[in-house]
Design a protein around this ligand. Structure first.
Ligand code: FES
Length: 94
């Protein structure tokens, strides 16, 4: 059996009708930060279906931390990325 490439972090983006448009933009921002921190092999971004939290759109989740956020706006993304994905690594690239 071949060995799976397992990422250290997974970011889930709701791609339902209420979250999809904003999370498309959010994914683009995360993609830029992942590239900037050279974490492409460590972080995977996955689109998921509606999580029934539409009132809090757009919704994202960090795994394996299992931390969920609603109403994720562009200005929150650098902080969320640093807290849940990059930790000290991002600081070294600024
Ligand atoms: S569309 Fe994202 S929670 Fe429903």
């Amino acid at each position: 059996m071949k060995k799976l490439d397992i990422p250290k972090k997974v970011i889930l983006f709701c791609d339902g009708s209420k979250c999809g448009k904003d999370n498309k933009h959010n994914r683009k921002m995360f993609r830029g930060l992942i590239k900037q921190t050279e974490m492409k092999t460590e972080v995977m971004m996955v689109k998921i279906e509606c999580t029934d939290n539409c009132k809090c759109a757009p919704v994202i989740c960090f795994q394996p931390d299992n931390v969920w956020y609603g109403e994720v706006s562009e200005k929150k993304i650098p902080q969320l990325f640093e807290e849940h994905v990059a930790h000290a690594k991002l600081l070294n690239h600024e």
